[in-house]
Design a protein around this ligand. Structure first.
Ligand SMILES: Cc1cc2nc3c(=O)[nH]c(=O)nc-3n(C[C@H](O)[C@H](O)[C@H](O)COP(=O)(O)OP(=O)(O)OC[C@H]3O[C@@H](n4cnc5c(N)ncnc54)[C@H](O)[C@@H]3O)c2cc1C
Length: 427
């Protein structure tokens, strides 16, 4: 009689699923011990890694950067398969970050000194939120910054306490703007727990952990410049790494036709030097809004915004208007920018994803990520009961959640768990 082999079904051919499958399939110790099958719900493999093409350039609709080089398995694989180089032009954002151009609604180019002060404030607030800025140094800037942070979280030394990082930054910037009369905002969003996918349903400790964790939406918008946008065929060199500054809601300088979702993005820039493809990132509500818009609405919204940056300032501004007295009247480009086509990601509404990546929301912790990673039934509580469901994926990695390498490590972890479970040697 032939003994029945255990069957392992991997659901989802994203980074975690494929890594687990590869480890199980190639592990010599598994020695044909089980049947293995990968089931993918979509028309392609790769999941939230989705290399695509637009305007003749190679682009990424999802994961974009390899975070970290030393010790990164993803970087190692990319090196081994020579995918760090490409004959085809690709989204590498080279040559721009050193010379960003910041233009405000109304056509004023902001002087770097003005932009630097707000960038420094933002960076300091981020450091504070992460608990990096606890020591009070007596240098003047630091002292001012600490006073600002104390005003928002009086009882808290070196972190936003019970506030989300987003709320903390928003409050801190509002306090700052109250003194200099400006405003900014950051959004995130959550994901619902098991919505009937599992029968019987997941135990409550799993669904509660899922409810506590955050799952945000980030979308990328690509726009191809019309080849004649500056009057010279194929020459896109004039489009800068554009940082956009918008006026606050009560400002008389606000351009009414700029759509709200454009006001929530910070930059628009070619995907590499001289590329005719521009990229802008959207997060939270504006990322979801983007998914509902037609290509025409997007082109209209972006074009209107750019026109406002390239228009001549329409009124004289009073001398104590902080943004303007530091700026000079300059356009993005003399002519109206025209777009040939657009391409956007739709991670929020795709039923196979319903978002972009997880985060540790206020009220959750690394313990919730560990809880998500626990197999069912839990081998610790049920002795030698057979494993039924194992959980991999970026949201199950305590320290590298939200990344491709986190997903990779989680796939290896669950494959090893299975190999051990089936007593494969040398795991
Ligand atoms: C816009 C964006 C930018 C990002 N930028 C970066 C970055 O710069 N660097 C980085 O490291 N990471 C980045 N990430 C995150 C990274 O892409 C993910 O963390 C990682 O790819 C997740 O892999 P995974 O295997 O956990 O999940 P997924 O890639 O989501 O794989 C899950 C798979 O399961 C399939 N599936 C879902 N439901 C079912 C079902 N019911 N039946 C069958 N199959 C199903 C899906 O189609 C998918 O193929 C980004 C993600 C997005 C969306």
């Amino acid at each position: 009689m032939v003994a029945k082999k255990p069957r392992i079904v991997i659901i989802g051919a994203g980074m975690a699923g494929l890594t687990a499958a590869n480890k199980l399939y190639t592990s010599s110790s598994s020695n044909d011990m089980f049947e293995l099958c990968v089931v993918e719900g979509g028309p392609r493999i790769g999941g939230r890694i989705n290399t695509s093409e637009f305007g003749g350039d190679r682009i990424e609709m999802g994961a974009t950067w390899i975070h970290g080089i030393g010790g990164s398995p993803v970087h190692k694989i990319a090196q081994e398969i020579h995918s760090l180089e490409s004959e085809q032009p690709w989204e590498c954002m080279d040559g721009f970050l050193d010379e960003p151009k910041t233009v405000a609604e109304g056509g004023f180019e902001l002087s770097p000194s003005l932009v630097e002060s707000i960038s420094t404030l933002f960076k300091s607030l981020m450091d504070y939120a992460q608990g990096k800025l606890i020591e009070r140094e007596e240098s003047s800037e630091e002292v001012n910054f600490c006073k600002l942070a104390d005003k928002i979280c009086p009882s808290n030394g070196g972190g936003p306490g019970k506030l989300s990082v987003g709320s903390f930054l928003r409050k801190a910037l509002n306090v700052y703007w109250d003194s200099v009369k400006e405003q900014e905002q950051i959004e995130g969003c959550g994901i619902g727990p098991d919505s009937g996918m599992f029968k019987p349903p997941l135990p409550s400790f799993k669904t509660e952990a899922i409810s506590r964790l955050g799952f945000g939406v980030v979308n990328k918008l690509f726009l191809q410049l019309s080849s004649r946008h500056d009057g010279r065929d194929g020459d896109y060199s004039k489009f800068p790494f554009l940082q956009m500054a918008f006026h606050r809601p009560d400002s008389e300088w606000r351009h009414k036709k700029i759509p709200w979702w454009m006001r929530r993005t910070a930059s628009l820039s070619p995907i590499y030097k001289n590329s005719g493809v521009l990229l802008s990132w959207f997060a939270g509500k504006e990322a979801l809004e983007l998914e509902t818009l037609s290509d025409e609405e997007i082109i209209e919204g972006v074009s209107t915004t750019l026109s406002s940056f390239s228009s001549q300032p329409h009124k004289q501004l009073n001398s104590n208007s902080h943004g303007v007295c530091n700026g000079k009247e300059k356009s993005v480009d003399g002519n109206r920018v025209r777009f040939a086509k657009v391409l956007k990601s739709k991670w929020g509404n795709d039923p196979l994803f319903l978002g972009s990546y997880s985060y540790v929301a206020v009220g959750s912790s690394g313990d919730d990520l560990d809880t998500l990673a626990e197999p069912l039934p839990n081998p610790d509580s049920l002795g030698s009961a057979p494993l039924q469901i194992l959980f991999a994926g970026e949201a199950t990695h305590r320290t590298h959640y939200s990344t491709t390498h986190g997903a990779y490590f989680s796939g290896l972890r669950e494959a090893s768990r299975l190999l051990q479970h089936y007593h494969c040697v040398g795991v």
